[in-house]
Ligand binder design. Structure first.
Ligand SMILES: Cc1cc2nc3c(=O)[nH]c(=O)nc-3n(C[C@H](O)[C@H](O)[C@H](O)COP(=O)(O)OP(=O)(O)OC[C@H]3O[C@@H](n4cnc5c(N)ncnc54)[C@H](O)[C@@H]3O)c2cc1C
Length: 463
């Protein structure tokens, strides 16, 4: 169990005083206590139950709204939960009793888009795909592409250090964040990082805040790196007789030194859930995309590597056909949602251990009699074993917890991590100390203490 100070539910008088101060100091449309709005902002897409009723929602529209909110909340020891679009899968944006939800989705302007310096300055509520679209007008793109890009915000992506399909080649969100404006718990505005491609002055606070899950500061602006849209792409879809063979194929690509832009692995049960006809084509599907001037040659090399292991390999350089090959991956989650409530796990293992992880997950699934559906960002060793539960159940069945616990233990045993991209939130907190070790865990808590001495920022999350 964790023991760091966690802001308790505030006294009623503190809550009432805070509401009075916010009503006085914020513009009139910012504060709401409407129960329907509170309910809509109390949890995220993980399905985690909020730990209590929030006090109010502040809809921030500018940095001053954030500074005013945090200054008053900090003075009165009231917990604050920063929130983007609420698409998180780890319970990071869930409310606790008496907390203030700080909704950043209304701070949604692209402030600057510089084709010359290949960067954008954006407010945190900008939707990920919209930034990518805006950059596209200049022949550029924002590389991180979580599957939730049409809904999630840049602020949420930074706070969770989100990954995505393209991070196989272009890295995770942290690799695209050059600088930040953030508001500390006491309302102080800090600027971190730079506009240059390189720069090493001081500690790297930009990297520290990226992935801090709203526990260290509230991000109010981000300077983001953009990259040229690749001149060409070539996409392959390969079906395999077993999931292990597909995992071995994915690792063969890495071992050969080929760097695809994406490599997505879908297992047989997921294929069946999408369309039984797909399952008949193989027990696993690997979709690989290569990009850049050498895309066609790289794709041909990948096809040669996969051929001895695969049943079929199909390649295209046509964007529309590529979309059709990727459709199975994109349809996976909606297909599982039709079966029940998907609990999406998110472990990552060294890429050389991918096939072993796949085998072990299958054994865990059989041992607990819990069906596990698996997707993977194969080039990163990032696996999403998904347990689908009956949505009418009040609580997660004990067997599902046990299977999930064994999957986390497996990740650590193979030299991997509890979470490749979704974050710890509330769901994985009990396993964090085991992965970090007590010295590093203690150091991280002291960092939290330095940023947020009263423990008001997203208490009970991440550490
Ligand atoms: C269908 C689906 C597909 C997904 N695919 C992916 C994927 O491919 N890769 C991936 O990484 N994730 C994926 N996710 C998870 C989720 O979309 C990401 O975690 C995303 O980054 C969350 O963004 P958000 O704006 O919804 O943040 P929220 O869910 O609102 O918040 C997430 C966390 O960030 C904090 N936060 C939000 N905004 C700020 C801010 N401005 N300042 C400080 N803290 C803040 C919150 O307190 C919380 O801890 C998926 C989710 C869904 C539903």
């Amino acid at each position: 169990m964790t023991t760091e100070p966690v802001a308790a539910a505030p006294e009623t008088t503190a809550s009432a005083r805070l509401l009075g101060l916010l009503a006085r100091d914020l513009p009139p449309d910012r504060l709401t206590t409407d129960p329907a709005v509170l309910t809509a902002h109390a949890t995220d897409r993980s399905g985690t139950r909020p730990a209590g009723e929030p006090l109010a929602v502040v809809h921030a529209r500018r940095t001053e709204d954030v500074t005013v909110t945090l200054r008053h909340a900090n003075a009165l020891y009231v917990p604050v939960v920063p929130r983007g679009a609420g698409t998180g899968l780890s319970g990071g944006a869930t409310a606790q009793e008496g907390s203030l939800i700080l909704d950043l989705s209304g701070m949604n302007r692209v402030v600057e888009l510089s084709a010359d310096d290949q960067l954008a300055v954006v407010e945190p509520g900008v939707i990920t795909a919209e930034l990518d679209r805006a950059a596209g007008a200049y022949g550029l793109r924002y590389a991180p592409d979580p599957a939730s890009a049409a809904l999630s915000t840049i602020g949420g992506n930074i706070a969770t250090n989100a990954g995505g399909l393209r991070c196989a080649k272009y890295g995770v969100t942290r690799d695209s964040v050059l600088g930040l404006e953030a508001v500390l718990a006491d309302g102080t505005v800090v600027r971190t990082g730079r506009r240059t491609v390189k720069g090493v002055t001081g500690y790297d606070l930009t990297a520290l805040l990226t992935g801090s899950e709203g526990t260290l500061a509230v991000i109010t602006s981000a300077t983001l790196r953009l990259r040229p849209v690749p001149v060409a792409t070539a996409t392959l879809a390969a079906y395999f007789p077993t999931f292990e063979a597909a995992a071995e194929g994915a690792y063969a690509i890495t071992r050969a030194g080929v760097e695809p832009a994406l490599a997505e692995l879908v297992d047989g049960p997921v294929l069946h859930a999408i369309d039984p006809a797909l399952r008949e084509r193989g027990a696993a599907l690997l979709v690989v995309q290569c990009d850049g001037a050498g895309a066609a040659a790289e794709a041909a090399a990948v096809a040669r590597l996969l051929a001895p292991l695969a049943t079929t390999v199909e390649t295209t350089e046509e964007p529309a056909e590529a979309e059709a090959l990727l459709a199975a991956r994109r349809l996976a989650l909606p297909a599982l949602e039709r079966l029940g409530r998907p609990l999406i796990e998110d472990i990552a293992v060294p890429r050389s251990r991918l096939a072993e992880a796949v085998r072990e997950i299958r054994a865990i699934s059989a041992r607990h009699n819990v069906p596990v559906f698996t997707l993977a960002h194969a080039a990163d060793g990032n696996l999403h074993p998904i347990i689908v539960v009956d949505p009418s159940l009040d609580r997660l069945p004990e067997t599902a917890w046990e299977a999930a616990g064994e999957i986390f233990a497996l990740a650590l045993r193979l030299g991997g991590t509890l979470t490749g991209e979704h974050g710890v939130g509330v769901l994985k907190r009990q396993w964090v100390a085991e992965e970090l070790g007590s010295a590093a865990h203690g150091l991280q808590r002291r960092i939290k203490q330095a940023f947020d001495p009263r423990g008001i920022l997203n208490p009970g999350k991440a550490l």
